[in-house]
Write a protein that binds this ligand. Structure first.
Ligand code: AMP
Ligand code: ZN
Length: 473
């Protein structure tokens, strides 16, 4: 497989560190709200890399962190300092939401974490091998910070917070193109360097907590505090995947400062270049605009379901665009994808009744498009051509769609070979059936007969069997 490597600024072959295996670290959600469809696009990127690698026989390990502490409301990195940022724009996202909802921080975090898993599963995104939580990885972070201090890459600042010494890492800026001298001090210090740190581009690995903070704080060799956001990803990735990680994914906004800083930490702690390939997904726009709370256009997976759309229509809509191009999602686009999905499932069910046949050549074209930096639009075009190709027997089309669905993940064969799933009864019918069961249980035969007539009048005739009443559909 080849992927666009942010640091190399080119599409490069992915050569894993271990033969037959691929390790992926994916930046996960900050669990203070539901993930929106933009976040889901980035999570799908990891799933596509994984499924494409698995199709070629690699054993894939995926680690995705759950950020339940340390991610500040202002994560631009312009003023990523210590204790002075404990207020306002620098507030922890989970703590802020906990205050809004009047609940404990970890309560909020666990709820949104569960909802994140529900959304992943609705999009057929395979679960990661490990989901380490930041709040449960504090010991690893303390160890990492100790290592960095021991190697003179970190120091205790004027406010008791521990800072990474940006100038101590020669490779700083290779991911984002930002040069240390070009980074200017944060606005919170009126263009001056935060007095707690030695250099404006240094960032806090560990922040000293103000006395007023009672949740999400830990006692450490550097006093009571909490981790800086970038610290967790270095600590967890090194601990679970080691110091030679094949692929690291995330949305494009994470390139700087999050990944630039994580790379500095991991490389300085180990003395090696830890991540072989950084892969970033471009952002999703909705109806032409950036999704944001203030613009009121944040769309969730549950919003799609509420409109009667199959969540996998979102997956297909994503596949119609390449991950490293910005994509504008629209309701019309989703409706079109929904219709394509329904048509493909119908066709696949029909083809399934024909004699089986060997995989057609088109499969190779789809797989090579996927392996060519996840060119999913080309893969979908090839799939559409196969769908229409009069020279390919139906049984071969069935085999092709079923095989490729291992990567596409669109549930294209879900009804094949299984009895059709019955529509649920309308509420009024369900109520009458329950009443009639109750009437029969109490030997109210007159009531039971009356209800049977009502049901029949609605088009739901019932018969009584040894297993109870049954509707003749
Ligand atoms: P968060 O939960 O905010 O930490 O974000 C989770 C992931 O979603 C990160 O990898 C972000 O880079 C990514 N992300 C955030 N907004 C968008 C967007 N509009 N489109 C695509 N990915 C996004
Ligand atoms: Zn991360």
């Amino acid at each position: 497989m080849r992927l666009y490597d942010t640091r190399a600024k080119a599409v490069v072959p992915i050569v894993p560190a271990r033969i037959g295996a691929l390790s992926i670290y994916a930046c996960g959600p900050t669990v203070y709200r539901d993930a929106h469809v933009g976040n889901m696009r980035t999570f799908l990127l990891t799933d596509l890399i994984r499924r494409t690698a698995e199709l070629s026989g690699l054993a894939v390990t995926v680690v995705q962190n759950i950020t339940d502490v340390g991610h500040m409301a202002d994560d631009t990195g312009l003023g990523d300092g210590g204790i002075d940022e404990g207020q306002g724009a620098g507030e922890d996202k989970v703590l802020k939401q906990a205050a809004v909802e009047g609940r404990a921080a970890l309560d909020i975090a666990r709820e949104y974490e569960a909802r994140f898993h529900r959304d992943l599963s609705a999009l057929n995104i395979y679960p990661a091998t490990h989901y380490p939580r930041a709040s449960e990885s504090i010991d690893l972070m303390i160890e990492l910070i100790g290592t960095l201090m021991g190697r003179d890459h970190a120091y205790v600042g004027g406010d008791g917070s521990v800072f990474f010494d940006a100038r101590s890492f020669a490779g700083y800026g290779e991911l984002s193109g930002n040069r240390l001298d070009d980074l200017r001090p944060g606005h919170r210090f009126d263009g001056e360097v935060d007095p707690a740190k030695r250099f404006h581009a240094d960032w806090a690995l560990w922040k000293r907590a103000q006395d007023t903070r009672t949740q999400l704080v830990w006692d450490t060799p550097w006093g009571v505090g909490f981790p800086g956001w970038h610290t967790e990803c270095s600590a967890m990735s090194l601990s679970l995947l080691g110091s030679d990680i094949d692929v690291h994914t995330g949305g494009i906004d994470l390139r700087f400062p999050h990944h630039e800083d994580e790379r500095a930490q991991s490389n300085c702690a180990t003395g090696t270049d830890v991540v072989r390939h950084w892969v970033h997904g471009e952002h999703l726009l909705f109806e032409g605009r950036k999704m944001s709370k203030s613009a009121g256009n944040v769309v969730l997976v549950s919003d799609l379901v509420a409109r009667g759309l199959d969540p996998l229509a979102l997956r297909l809509a994503f596949l119609q665009h390449r991950y490293r191009q910005q994509m504008n999602l629209t309701w019309d686009g989703l409706a079109a994808a929904n219709a394509t999905l329904a048509r493909w499932r119908d066709r696949v069910a029909t083809w399934a009744t024909e004699p089986s046949a060997p995989l057609p050549e088109a499969v190779g074209r789809v797989v090579s498009a996927l392996e060519d930096d996840l060119d999913t639009p080309r893969a979908i075009t090839a799939l559409r051509a196969l769908e229409r190709d009069p020279d390919v027997p139906a049984g071969a089309k069935f085999e092709a769609f079923a095989y490729l669905d291992r990567v596409l993940g669109l549930d294209l064969v879900r009804d094949v070979g299984r009895p059709a799933v019955a529509e649920p009864f309308p509420d009024v019918v369900a109520t009458l059936l329950a009443d009639r069961a109750q009437a029969r249980a109490t030997k109210d035969w007159a009531g039971s007969d009356r209800l049977r007539d009502e049901l029949a009048a609605l088009g739901y005739p019932v018969v009584d069997t040894p297993d109870g009443q049954q509707v003749q559909r």
